[in-house]
Design a protein around this ligand. Structure first.
Ligand SMILES: [Zn+2]
Length: 70
């Protein structure tokens, strides 16, 4: 049964903001960001996790950790 008066809930349950996937892939993270693009990051655990995952990946992708210990 659908609830036409709550169009914001159109996403499947597995895509709800509170549900954070156990395993992330870059693809999954990007799709989450697309689906939850209008969610405030601090109020959407799913989006937040995806953001952190991609940030972390980006750090690693930038090669060796930048050492500022000279
Ligand atoms: Zn969300």
């Amino acid at each position: 049964m659908r609830t036409p008066w709550s169009p914001q809930r159109a996403a499947p349950i597995s895509d709800s903001c509170e549900v954070v996937p156990e395993r992330f892939t870059v693809e999954l993270a990007h799709s989450i960001l697309r689906i939850h693009r209008s969610c405030p990051t601090d109020q959407c655990a799913r989006r937040k996790a995806a953001v952190f995952y991609l940030y972390d990946q980006h750090q690693h992708a930038n090669g060796a950790r930048q050492r500022r210990l000279r």
